[in-house]
Design a protein around this ligand. Structure first.
Ligand code: SF4
Length: 290
């Protein structure tokens, strides 16, 4: 196998014999495949989103709520045929879409499984935003809804908290590519069928950077062509104890400042209620559905 260059880490390792930064070998590993009701309402709908959580991650966020699968290695290895069966079982449960959480490092294997399963529901790519345009082009024609984060603009913040000083450089280009592929919102009632939703989690003490994220989106994407999902659920993890500045929740003042600016700029989308800042959004990674 050639050296892996699927994500901006560009490790170049042969994953058939070693793992790269993402901690993943050549075989797909996933930790849960189940209905999820905690995504944005236009994704979860009434029947839930068919969410598959893949193990490993190309980012290294100190506040990751899924650390046991992103860095802990929990999960079951699946062949492309087995993953296709997982997709089919989810679809048979009547979910509104198949929601691939952190799929980048398994791009070829997941695309193969999708070509076997031939799902009839929309495919959602749910990612931290740290993507290469070249890899996103492999997903073109398969992904119906892009659901990336845009976490930071500041290289200092992204370097300190996600081990990715070039995060904005990569994520900003990635979001423009996602928008090129899905340039408008396509609805069926209250459900989104195609389009782009950009998520932004407000971090404590980082209001200026959140405002810079909003400015970027304001400047580069037409407002009626995508949705903004502003998130207040930041919860410090034990790893955050080493990062005093973010070892607390976001205050009402901080969140309001960002939410007010988003409203002022006229974005469409969702703004989480600050009271929803609790950990119930993290499902148990108990290998359900695999
Ligand atoms: S997907 Fe993994 S192995 Fe490949 S370049 Fe990224 S971090 Fe490295």
């Amino acid at each position: 196998m050639e050296g892996c260059t699927l994500c901006p880490r560009m490790c170049g390792v042969d994953r058939s014999v070693a793992v790269g930064y993402c901690g993943s070998g050549v075989t797909v590993k996933a930790a849960r495949a189940a209905k999820h009701h905690w995504e944005e309402p236009c994704i979860s709908g009434t029947k839930g989103s068919g969410t598959v959580f893949f193990s490993g991650c190309t980012l290294g966020c100190v506040f990751c709520q899924n650390r046991e699968i992103s860095r802990g290695g929990i999960g079951i290895e699946l062949t492309a045929e087995q993953l296709a069966e997982v997709f089919q079982r989810l679809e048979n449960q009547g979910v509104h879409n198949l929601n691939l959480v952190t799929p980048t490092h398994f791009t070829p294997q997941i695309l193969q499984a999708i070509s076997i399963a031939k799902p009839s529901v929309p495919i959602v790519m749910n990612t931290g935003g740290y993507e290469l345009v070249e890899t996103l082009r492999k997903w073109e024609g398969t992904v119906d809804i892009y659901l990336p984060d845009l976490k930071y603009v500041s290289a200092q913040l992204s370097g300190t908290y996600s081990a990715a000083p070039n995060y904005f450089e990569m994520a900003s280009r990635a979001i423009l590519e996602m928008h090129r592929q899905q340039p408008k919102l396509v609805w069926e009632g209250d459900l989104l069928k195609k389009g782009l939703i950009v998520r932004h989690l407000v971090l404590p003490g980082c209001v200026q950077d959140s405002l810079a994220v909003l400015e970027f989106l304001d400047k580069h994407l037409p407002k009626d062509s995508f949705l903004l999902s502003l998130m207040s659920q930041y919860t410090p993890t034990p790893v955050c104890a080493a990062h005093k500045a973010i070892n607390r929740r976001v205050t009402t003042y901080e969140y309001r400042k960002v939410a007010d600016r988003a409203a002022e700029l006229g974005f469409s989308g969702f703004a989480q209620d600050l009271r929803s800042a609790k950990e119930e959004y993290t499902p148990p990674f108990d290998l359900e559905g695999l």
